[in-house]
Design a protein around this ligand. Sequence first.
Ligand code: GRF
Length: 198
Amino acid sequence: MSGLSSKIQMAIFASGTGSNAQKIIEYFNDNPQIKVGLIVSNKPEAGVLNIAKEEGIPSLVIDKEKFFKGNAYVDELKEKGIDFIVLAGFLWKIPSLLIKAYPNRMINIHPALLPKYGGKGMYGSRVHETVISAKEKESGITIHYVDDLYDHGKIIFQAKCAVEENDTPETLAKKIHLLEHENFSRIIEQSAKNIVKT
Ligand code: GRF
């Protein structure tokens, strides 16, 4: 079924649990302008796909070969009427083909204060371990546009939390997840609401 809708349709890309995806879906549930039209994952067993099923949102499990050497699913996304892409814990690098198809319409959330503590391999607990061993006094989240480099595009929003002496990667992750859940959906709405459906 083609994704024709007068609403701005977003696709959420996620590789893991999907706690951010869950919050985003809840936030946009009765939004008159924007809807979550698709959940995309590179992991058939990802928790985010169960969330999609429970919420009655179509999902797509992508294949590495087609993503990196094929059309990067641009045709499928356009056919489904996707106007905006949100990366919420998606661990693959986005191919240029897909970035070019969604100029200033693709954002990512990173669990640290970029430009520090970002880049290839910097995700999940590894980020918090590095921040703690660097004896940083604060950490936080960064929401940014996606470009051809990992965690590098124009920064849209950052929020901070303290890093206490007795913090562990687990306790810091909890504070960071809270910041994500409190802010990401609102920033998505601010970034997506002005785009013109093509
Ligand atoms: C979040 O910490 C986000 O910052 C990072 O991946 C994680 C996704 O967590 N990009 P979840 O799957 O949404 O719980």
